[in-house]
Design a protein around this ligand. Structure first.
Ligand SMILES: *Cc1c(COP(=O)(O)O)cnc(C)c1O
Length: 271
C-alpha cells in the first residue's frame, strides 16, 4: 500500500528467528497485547472494525506447559499444524474444558478420525477425499466441524491448497457433507520480503471470495478469510483477513523450519 508498510514488514521478517520465547503468563499477555495493537492499527489504516479480526495463536512445537501459560493469559482457541501433535495436546489438556482447537495444516485421510474427535475447526480442506473421510468420522462421533477451504494463492507447487480456478467446482460438492460447516477460505502467502508480492496473495484470496460469494451453494458460508502469519499479518488485515494465524510473534521463535510444514516452502524466497 505504501513504503511505510513495506519497511515495517521487512523489519518483521528481519526478526525471523529472533522472537523471544514466551515463558510466563506476563510474556503472553505482553505479546498478545502487542499483536492486538498492531491488528488494531492495521484496521484503522483501512477503516475496518478490529472486532472483525480473530487472532488465532498458533502453538505448534511448543510443549503443554507453555500452552497452559497461554491459556492463563486468556487464549481459548489454539492453532496446530499437525493433527497428531494437536490430538496429543488436546488429550493432555481436557481439563481445560473451554479450550478449543483449530487444525491449520494439511491432513491425510488416515488422520481424519483424530481431527473428527477433538477439533473445533479445520482450516486446510483441499480435497474431496479428505472431506469424505472427515464426514464419515464426524458422523460416527456425532460432531460437526467448521472448515475453511485452503487456496494456493502463491502459485508455488510446494504449498498445499486448491488452485484458485478449481475452487468454484469444489464448493459445489461440499453441501453433500452435512457435518462440514464451510465458513470461508484460508491461504499461505509467499514467504517473501517484498510486501507487494505478499499482498497480492491476500488480494487474490479476497477477490476470489467476493466473486464466489454470489454463486456459493446454499449453506456454504464464505465470510471468513484466514490469512496472515507472524511476518505478514498486518498486510493481511489491511486486505480483509478475518482470522490471522500467529505463532512466533506470540510464543517465540520455533526451531523447526517452515519447510517441515509446507515442504520446500519459500525456496529462493526466504530472506
Ligand atoms: C505455523 C503456521 C502459522 C504461524 O506461523 P508463524 O510464523 O509462527 O506466525 C500459520 N499458518 C500455518 C498453516 C502454520 O502452519
Amino acid at each position: 500500500m505504501n513504503t511505510d508498510i513495506s519497511l515495517q514488514i521487512s523489519t518483521l521478517h528481519d526478526q525471523h528467528g529472533h522472537w523471544p520465547q514466551a515463558d510466563s503468563v506476563e510474556d503472553f499477555r505482553r505479546n498478545l497485547a502487542a499483536v492486538h495493537a498492531r491488528i488494531a492499527a492495521a484496521c484503522q489504516r483501512v477503516g475496518r472494525d478490529p472486532t472483525g479480526v480473530r487472532l488465532l495463536p498458533v502453538s505448534k512445537t511448543k510443549p503443554e506447559a507453555i500452552l497452559r501459560l497461554a491459556y492463563a493469559a486468556d487464549c481459548r482457541f489454539l492453532g496446530e499444524n499437525k493433527s497428531q501433535e494437536a490430538y496429543r495436546k488436546w488429550e493432555a489438556m481436557t481439563d481445560l474444558t473451554d479450550l478449543r482447537w483449530s487444525v491449520i495444516g494439511h491432513l491425510q485421510t488416515n488422520k481424519a478420525k483424530l481431527v473428527a474427535r477433538f477439533a473445533a475447526e479445520f482450516q486446510a480442506l483441499d480435497s474431496l477425499r479428505v472431506a469424505e473421510a472427515l464426514e464419515r468420522r464426524l458422523q460416527a462421533e456425532g460432531r460437526g466441524l467448521d472448515v475453511l477451504v485452503q487456496v494456493n494463492t502463491s502459485g508455488e507447487a510446494s504449498k498445499y491448497g486448491l488452485p484458485p480456478d478449481e475452487v468454484a467446482a469444489f464448493l459445489r460438492e461440499l453441501p453433500a457433507f452435512s457435518a462440514l460447516r464451510v465458513r470461508g477460505f484460508m491461504t499461505l502467502a509467499l514467504l517473501s520480503v517484498e510486501a507487494a508480492r505478499v499482498r497480492s496473495c491476500f488480494v487474490q484470496l479476497r477477490e476470489l471470495r467476493d466473486r464466489l460469494r454470489q454463486e456459493a451453494p446454499d449453506g456454504i458460508g464464505l465470510n471468513e478469510l484466514s490469512m496472515g502469519m507472524s511476518g505478514d499479518y498486518e498486510i493481511a488485515v489491511e486486505e480483509g483477513a478475518t482470522i490471522v494465524r500467529v505463532g512466533q510473534a506470540i510464543f517465540g521463535a520455533r526451531a523447526t523450519p517452515d519447510a517441515y510444514y509446507w515442504p520446500s516452502a519459500g525456496d529462493g524466497e526466504m530472506d
